[in-house]
Design a protein around this ligand. Structure first.
Ligand code: B4P
Length: 193
């Protein structure tokens, strides 16, 4: 298996680049943001709980997202690899992920970390909010809260994988296609999929 984490702050291009990467490499795409939004649309108990956090720009509790990822991994035993998008977002989530992959005698092969400045992030998310219908993209205060959550709780995840020398930092500003090409170069330098 070849497993990738696409890492970065809200609005850094994780969802955008994931779509292209899964098409090219045939990986299973696991986006906790998308999984949570499906639960909200379906008005499940989990979705109703998650919405309270997401609408305030806060992370959803670890137990909820770890449970979702555990069942998604177990539902795909034949996968040639996973692309994790927006997960892990806390050090506890990254430790849980390492254990889940180890159960399959697998591991994270590379963490691709998109680097984008704060004002660019805010501009992108406000712009997406005009058309996406996403309640967490319309209010600048909520967007700033998401960035603060990222700095406090998610940025340390890169440190966790830095210890194993797995993090590659990639400039996430500029043309989507150029960023995609750089991500592909980094993947192919590690493994031909
Ligand atoms: P996510 O769904 O993961 O969303 P995101 O981080 O806001 O966006 P992403 O980074 O994928 O967006 P993209 O840049 O592609 O999370 C939403 C919420 O769910 C979180 O706040 C949290 O509450 C909850 N959640 C999710 N996972 C969780 C977890 N593991 N633990 C706890 N809580 C969790 O796109 C942004 C915009 O930028 C788009 O409009 C795009 O077109 C544009 N864009 C992309 N690349 C560009 C480029 N190069 N130039 C210009 N614009 C670009």
């Amino acid at each position: 298996m070849f497993n990738i984490i696409l890492f970065g702050p809200p609005g850094s291009g994780k969802g955008t680049q994931s779509e292209r990467l899964i098409d090219k490499y045939g990986l299973i795409h696991l986006s906790t943001g998308n999984l949570l939004r499906e639960e909200i649309v379906n008005k499940t108990a989990l979705g109703l709980e998650a919405k309270r956090f997401m609408d305030n720009g806060q992370l959803v509790p670890d137990s909820v997202v770890i449970g979702m990822i555990r069942s998604a991994i177990r539902q795909n035993p034949q996968a040639k690899g996973f692309l994790f998008d927006g997960f892990p977002r806390t050090v506890a989530q990254s430790e849980a992920l390492d254990e889940l992959l180890a159960e399959n005698k697998s591991e994270i092969n590379v963490v691709l970390a998109l680097q984008v400045g704060e004002e660019e992030l805010i501009g992108r998310l406000l712009n997406r909010g005009k058309t996406s219908g996403r309640s967490d993209d319309v209010n600048e205060g909520v967007i700033r809260a998401r960035i603060t959550e990222y700095e406090n709780k998610t940025a340390p995840v890169a440190g966790h994988y830095d210890l194993a020398d797995k993090v590659v930092r990639v400039k996430g500003e500029g043309e989507v296609e150029e960023i995609f090409d750089t991500l592909c170069d980094e993947i192919e330098a590690r493994k031909v999929l």
